[in-house]
Design a protein around this ligand. Structure first.
Ligand code: FAD
Length: 468
């Protein structure tokens, strides 16, 4: 075997350009390909990735290994701890196995790019084939303004993105052809495996694909109306699969285009498709502005803000005992499942950055350490949006009122009841902000923040740096 495919954050056989083209190329010479995976558990810890995400990754690797076996493609796992061990480990593998070509799909985050560069430098005698079209719908370098500069505001980005989408071929790559008789199902021993909610996110590529098509068939047309209500199962919950590359974004695109066509709707107006564009938007920001990966705010003037440090408040927020029922329900959803509804990500991040006036980087890190779908670009983008330090962010004077958000988006209080069972008996009117005696009776804490004064203090702090 001369052709080796290195899979990383693209754990799938369908719509995987590097895998597909390697197999075509090898097939021409009547050769086969092999696949390597290089788990780096210490590196993931350094990146603050959650146990839930690591657990799902392990499960998806097993699912992938089974598919590769049915295609007759051998899989090798090269164990390492961190990225810096990979150049040597991969070079040794290539020399021992007489590999001549290495294929992979480009990864965008900065450490991943450095890792790939270091591997390529070591493999000077080998042919390296990099594919750019695996992790985004449109690659960041293609969506530029007329002046050739990256977009910093979503709407013009989106308009350009939609026009490019109509021009490019968006068909996902098929699976590679079987290259030999099926291999025996591998039994993998992944020592770094972790428990996660596999009842909610089965580690199975077929299930992920089914979830996608079922969502598009049954729910996509109701998405705009229902997506903001956390009690409704109205969003796709595909983010963990997208984050690990078990589903490619073009597979999502294919499903939504198909559904819109079938139902006679204009795909350009699909709000769900727009969310996939947000995903691309934040990924292109991370690519064009690498300082975002270095803990810097997009707006440098916001560096002058002096965030409050209050360990007790921080712990209360993390553990879901702030005394604001919707915030607590959301944080408990995150802690218990590894996922949080988008509306609530905005509510809890706004609570953290504006009302607690705590440093967004600390909240971003906590989310990352718990999210099963943790993705640097989307998480950093979401946090900087909420903190008003980001590109195209929420205006600083707009501070979410958690109680009002709760009354609007969880009117019946059923979402709160699900995750804050001590309040389950309260009626729909009082559950959003229980009276002192109700809190006492339910053993539920007092609010850790006074909304009105905290809001004014946050606005004043931003006002003070306005002219910098
Ligand atoms: P759907 O509503 O079905 O959307 C489909 C897909 O589009 C999602 O799976 C996701 O890949 C993408 N998407 C949707 N909304 C956004 C968005 N605002 N930004 C970027 N991509 C989006 N998303 C992550 O995937 N990983 C994160 O680490 C992450 N952290 C966030 C932190 C904060 C503070 C905020 C406000 C948002 C964050 N998001 C993150 C975005 C969004 O909340 C999730 O993508 C979404 O809730 C996932 O649920 P879903 O798959 O049902 O989404």
């Amino acid at each position: 075997i001369e052709h080796l495919v290195w899979l990383r954050n693209d754990l799938r056989c369908l719509d995987n350009p590097a895998l597909y083209f390697a197999s075509l190329e090898a097939g021409k010479a009547e050769q086969g390909i092999a696949v390597i995976l290089t788990p780096t558990p210490i590196q993931w810890e350094k990146h603050n990735e959650s146990d839930a995400k690591t657990g799902l990754r392990a499960g998806l690797i097993k699912s992938l290994a089974n598919t590769l076996a049915t295609l007759g493609i051998p899989l090798h796992i090269i164990d390492a701890d961190t990225f810096d061990q990979l150049p040597e480990a991969i070079t040794t593998f290539c020399l021992n196995h007489n590999i001549k070509h290495l294929w992979f799909n480009r990864d965008l985050p900065i450490h991943e790019q450095q890792r790939d560069l270091a591997v390529c430098e070591q493999l000077q005698q080998h042919q390296i084939h990099t594919h750019v079209q695996a992790t985004d719908i449109i690659v960041p370098q293609d969506v530029l303004s007329q002046q050739g500069t990256p977009f910093k505001v979503f709407t013009p980005f989106f308009n350009k993105w939609i026009s490019l989408l109509a021009q490019q071929d968006n068909t996902p790559m098929p699976m590679p052809e079987p290259q030999a008789e099926p291999l025996p199902e591998p039994s993998l021993n992944l020592e770094w495996e972790r428990p996660f909610r596999d009842d909610l996110w089965p580690a199975d590529h077929d299930v992920a694909k089914q979830k996608l098509w079922q969502f598009c068939h049954h729910k996509e047309r109701h998405y705009q109306a229902a997506r903001d209500y956390p009690i409704e199962p109205a969003t796709s919950t595909l983010s963990p699969y997208l984050a690990l590359g078990a589903l490619g974004p073009r597979q999502c695109l294919e499903a939504v285009l198909y559904t819109c066509n079938q139902e006679g709707r204009r795909w350009q107006e699909s709000i769900w498709l727009k969310e996939l564009a947000w995903r691309d938007f934040y990924r292109q920001l991370m690519t064009h502005f690498p300082f975002l990966c270095m803990n810097r705010p997009f707006k440098p003037e916001t560096d002058a803000l002096v965030w409050r440090e209050n360990e007790e408040e921080f712990q209360a927020w993390c553990e879901g005992r702030t005394g604001f029922p919707i915030v607590d329900a959301a944080m408990r959803q995150l802690n218990q499942t590894g996922w949080m509804h988008n509306r609530l990500r905005m509510v809890t991040a706004s609570f953290f950055t504006k009302l607690m006036f705590a440093d967004w980087r600390k909240g971003e890190a906590y989310f990352m350490s718990k999210l099963i779908d943790g993705e640097f670009a989307a998480n950093n983008g979401g946090w900087q949006w909420s903190a008003s330090t980001g590109c195209d962010a929420a205006p600083y004077f707009r501070v979410f009122n958690p109680t009002r958000q709760s009354q609007t988006y969880d009117e019946s209080g059923d979402f709160i009841r699900r995750f804050v069972p001590e309040l389950a008996k309260l009626d729909a009117k009082s559950i959003h902000d229980p009276k002192p005696e109700q809190r006492k009776h339910c053993h539920y804490p007092k609010p850790i923040i006074d909304y009105k004064s905290a809001r004014l203090a946050a606005i004043a702090a931003f006002d003070a740096i306005k002219d910098r």
